[in-house]
Design a protein around this ligand. Structure first.
Ligand SMILES: [Zn+2]
Length: 136
């Protein structure tokens, strides 16, 4: 079993993670505000003396669906970031959660919250693709 990156080695990634956590939180806040703002609009005036346009409604719900999906993705990233920060504290940062090998620093510089090494990530994506296909 390989060792994770030490706190010292992980310091540069910790900085990136903290920064990204801040950005993700701000993104989530603004998405939430936008969605609640657009649902507020529905209840306000104007609509009463105007025929309801179906196209508008579907665009609106599409927008909300999109926002919900976006929010879910951001939530997953936020969880991965927390997970990575916890691993730095425990001294197991940078280990692939599947094969236990060290994830290359070059990969962590792009995705500091990566949970898997590039090989395992590829395998997972292929499995997901094939399970989607067989599910049809
Ligand atoms: Zn791996």
């Amino acid at each position: 079993m390989e060792k994770g990156y030490s706190k010292k080695e992980a310091a540069e990634f910790k900085k990136m993670l903290l920064k990204q956590r801040e950005i993700v939180r701000q993104d989530m806040d603004s998405i939430e505000q936008e969605t609640s703002a657009s649902s507020l609009k529905e209840g306000v005036g104007e609509l009463s003396n105007m025929p309801v346009h179906l196209a508008d409604i579907s665009a609106e719900s599409y927008e909300q669906e999109f926002a919900a999906e976006l929010l879910e993705n951001k939530g997953e990233v936020a969880a991965d970031i927390e997970n990575a920060l916890r691993k730095i504290n425990e001294g197991i940062y940078g280990l692939c959660e599947i094969c236990g090998k060290r994830i290359k620093k070059s990969r962590l510089r792009v995705i500091p919250y990566a949970r898997y090494c590039i090989e395992c990530q590829k395998k997972r994506e292929e499995e997901e693709k094939s399970s989607l296909r067989s599910g049809e």
